[in-house]
Ligand binder design. Structure first.
Ligand SMILES: Cc1cc2nc3c(=O)[nH]c(=O)nc-3n(C[C@H](O)[C@H](O)[C@H](O)COP(=O)(O)OP(=O)(O)OC[C@H]3O[C@@H](n4cnc5c(N)ncnc54)[C@H](O)[C@@H]3O)c2cc1C
Length: 58
């Protein structure tokens, strides 16, 4: 799991400082569903972008 900035969370939903995740290493916002093409690439790219911004800007 991550927060909205792609920061990895521990089992207690606390941010693990310095660890970011996106794509297939993370849980998908749609859960087990796959409503259509782009369901993995879309969130992966979006959260990769968010994580990159957060990593650069702190
Ligand atoms: C045939 C096919 C069709 C698909 N079609 C669609 C589609 O139409 N729409 C859609 O949304 N999704 C589609 N997907 C799924 C989508 O491609 C993946 O969900 C997406 O690429 C995952 O991105 P990722 O960055 O999480 O992982 P990946 O793209 O798998 O990237 C992981 C990277 O980590 C590297 N790596 C692995 N181990 C290490 C290591 N130890 N050290 C350093 N690097 C390492 C790998 O070489 C790889 O470059 C498709 C997948 C396949 C296989």
């Amino acid at each position: 799991m991550t927060d909205g900035d792609g920061r990895a969370l521990d089992p207690f939903d606390e941010v693990i400082l310095g660890l970011f995740a996106a794509g297939n290493t993370t849980s998908n916002p749609m859960g087990p569903g796959y409503p259509g093409a782009g369901e993995t690439l879309g969130p992966g790219m979006t959260m990769g972008y968010a994580a990159g911004r957060r990593a650069v800007n702190g």
